[in-house]
Design a binder for this molecule. Structure first.
Ligand code: R5P
Length: 284
């Protein structure tokens, strides 16, 4: 078995190869004069774990090329983050089901797929290979413990992520709840006040994705108005589009943390343990 990765998942894949005690395949990347991507993989084994975070269109194409380059090996695809997963249905007539289009393209040529905190687990059915979603809730909980906060309150910004907040909180006996959110546009969200006991408490908002940061910024503002002592934000996938990380830190959020499913400077949680366990789970 060997691990191979795209450029966007070098750190996570290296951690995974070390954890599994298998070699990492060397890959050469370049571009043709017209901008098309090229890659050439080093020697493969009969079994390959392909790790590729799809955070943008270039990353998607690179991962498609890599899966094709691994033809002939028995492949497992680890998809730490999957862009387009939020367009998981046709919200309006004429729209694509983008998650399905991406899943169908990526799921060919692999024997199974592992996703991490995918936005909507229903998307798994779109992969042409068996697909399983794993969660890093435990890792987030362990990180929160290192902050040594007294009686923290774990909040999800909407009821869709409530199970994630519950999973982070329940293993540690912390309180959890959710806020109610209405999305006004791609950039704007409104958060209806809810009866929360945030006053004088340290609050950690947990979400699957921080993209524009609008959801977290609105939630944090509301919580500070309600007298929260400190507000932190933790997510699986730090997309941080349009300077979102810096903007959030400037709004008074104490800290913003994400995992290495997308490799960022604030990736202080690793998904490697959960991924290694899923790779080793022969029953899947
Ligand atoms: C939406 O349902 C997701 O769970 C996140 O809350 C959302 O994607 C965050 O987006 P943004 O950071 O742009 O508000």
């Amino acid at each position: 078995m060997r691990v191979i990765c795209t450029e966007k998942s070098q750190i996570l894949a290296t951690r995974l190869a070390r954890k599994l005690n298998v070699p990492l395949v060397d890959v050469k990347y370049s571009r043709f004069p017209d901008g098309e991507q090229y890659l050439a993989s080093g020697e493969l084994d009969d079994e390959t774990i392909i790790v590729g975070c799809v955070v943008d269109n270039d990353a998607l194409v690179q991962l498609l090329l890599m899966i094709d380059a691994c033809e002939g090996s028995k492949n497992q695809l680890v998809l730490p983050y999957m862009a387009y997963a939020r367009q998981d249905k046709r919200f309006k007539q004429g729209e694509p089901i983008s998650a399905r289009a991406v899943a169908q393209a990526l799921g060919r040529g692999v024997e199974r797929v592992i996703t991490v905190n995918i936005h909507e687990p229903e998307v798994l059915r779109y992969f042409p290979a068996p697909a399983r979603n794993i969660s890093i809730a435990k890792g987030i909980g362990e990180f929160i413990k290192t902050l040594e906060l007294a009686d923290p309150l774990i909040l999800s910004p909407d009821d869709g992520a409530l199970h994630f907040a519950r999973d982070v909180a329940s293993a540690n006996g912390w309180d959890y709840d959710h806020l109610e959110k209405t999305r006004l546009s791609g950039l704007e969200v409104r958060m209806a006040p809810k009866q929360l006991c945030a006053a004088s408490r340290s609050v950690i908002i947990v979400d699957d994705i921080i993209s524009t940061g609008g959801t977290i910024a609105t939630a944090a503002g509301l919580l500070y108005q309600q007298g929260a002592n400190d507000v932190y934000a933790a997510c699986a996938h730090g997309v941080f589009t349009g300077g979102a990380y810096a903007r959030l830190m400037a709004t008074g959020i104490r800290d913003v943390i994400c995992s290495d499913t997308i490799e960022r400077g604030c990736s202080r949680i690793s998904a490697v343990d959960e991924i290694a366990a899923a790779v080793n789970d022969a029953d899947h």
